[in-house]
Design a protein around this ligand. Structure first.
Ligand SMILES: [Zn+2]
Ligand SMILES: [Zn+2]
Length: 344
């Protein structure tokens, strides 16, 4: 990406093993994330550009001498964060706070983005998750669902876990993007009884109903808040905010029940937001959430994906090859695509 609205496909040097813990991964599927749209709207022009993409699955091509759990030919899921697997936060399952890791296209780690033919993966043992029995050449439907484990499914799951969704819960999910829909699916899997999905894009909210939403509220602002408060008899005990813009946060504050919890997983595009007597403090509301340590959730979520008892891969409604990645951004931006898969 060379600036707002300016995505190009260019040739770069092939990545190489640089550290003994590195692996080289040939990308089988990558995708465009809703969070890639934030720089797509705001990035200042840059001559160097930024390598894009933080969600990918692929096949290990080469490993450094210290890599023990992976070898050439292994199929792997790459979470959106690089993690060492050994520090106190990795061991606590909070890999997004790894003391040694970072992210893709990270200058400090020297990583590129996942919307590429191949990626150098630092701390390969701690970062990548190997999956046995996947045919990277043929298994299309399964690949789509596996790809969601690199971010959106794990992020939706994180939102529901942070919100303390349990059997019988009433949950409101704000946002009908891929993460919002994955939060609906996760809340359903965790036993939620009532799931209100706030979104106004009908194709998406219909998929949300299939994933478990019991009610859909298309209205926004005060009208949307009033409808949700009515549906949930005075406010939703758990609200998941899966957008990241201030109006969505205000929607969450408006719909949450006194004593309830707001779980945020949309990367906030704001710093100042109400937290005082008129909003959180006055009603003992818990604000939680953050970047999902998806690495910690993959082992738990993987079996249902492999058995196809859930089908998170349905969030992908447009596939482009790498050469047409810019069109993928356009489609996401214009909301003609829910989520875009990128093939080599
Ligand atoms: Zn993402
Ligand atoms: Zn770590």
């Amino acid at each position: 990406m060379f600036g707002a609205g300016d995505v190009r496909v260019i040739d770069v040097h092939d990545p190489m093993i640089q550290q003994p813990g590195d692996a080289l991964v040939r990308v089988v599927r990558a995708c465009v994330c809703g969070s890639d749209l934030h720089p797509y709207h705001s990035m200042p022009p840059s001559t160097a550009g930024a390598s894009m993409g933080h969600e990918f699955i692929g096949v290990v091509e080469e490993t450094g001498v210290e890599v023990t759990s992976l070898r050439r030919g292994d199929f792997v899921i790459a979470p959106f964060a690089v993690s060492c697997g050994r520090c106190e936060f990795c061991l606590a399952g909070l890999q997004t706070s790894c003391l040694n890791g970072g992210f893709w296209n990270d200058a400090r780690l020297g990583t590129g983005g996942g919307q590429a033919e191949a990626v150098r993966v630092p701390f390969a043992d701690g970062t990548l998750v190997k999956v046995d029995g996947v045919d990277a050449g043929t298994d299309d439907a399964r690949l789509a669902s596996l790809l969601t484990l690199s971010d959106v499914y794990g992020t939706g799951w994180h939102a529901a876990k942070r919100g303390n969704v349990t059997r019988g819960s009433t949950v409101t999910v704000i946002g009908d993007g891929a993460v919002g829909l994955m939060a609906v699916l996760s809340a359903k899997q965790l036993g939620a009884e009532r799931i209100v999905l706030m979104g106004r894009h009908q194709v998406r909210t219909n998929l949300g109903r299939e994933y478990g939403a019991t009610d859909v509220v298309a209205e926004r602002g005060a009208e949307g808040v009033a409808l949700v408060r009515d549906l949930t008899e005075g406010g939703s005990p758990i609200v998941i905010e899966a957008v990241g813009h201030l109006p969505a946060y205000l929607q969450a504050v408006g719909t949450v029940r006194p004593g309830g919890v707001i779980s945020r997983v949309g990367a906030p595009q704001y710093e100042d937001a109400p937290v005082g007597f008129g909003s959180l403090f006055g009603h003992n509301i818990t604000l939680t959430g953050g970047p999902a340590p998806v690495r910690a959730y993959i082992a738990h979520l993987l079996p249902t994906v492999l058995e196809a008892t859930v089908d998170p891969g349905r969030v992908f409604d447009l596939t482009v090859d790498l050469d047409h990645a810019p069109q993928g951004y356009t489609a996401m931006d214009e909301r003609t695509a829910l989520k875009v898969m990128v093939t080599p």
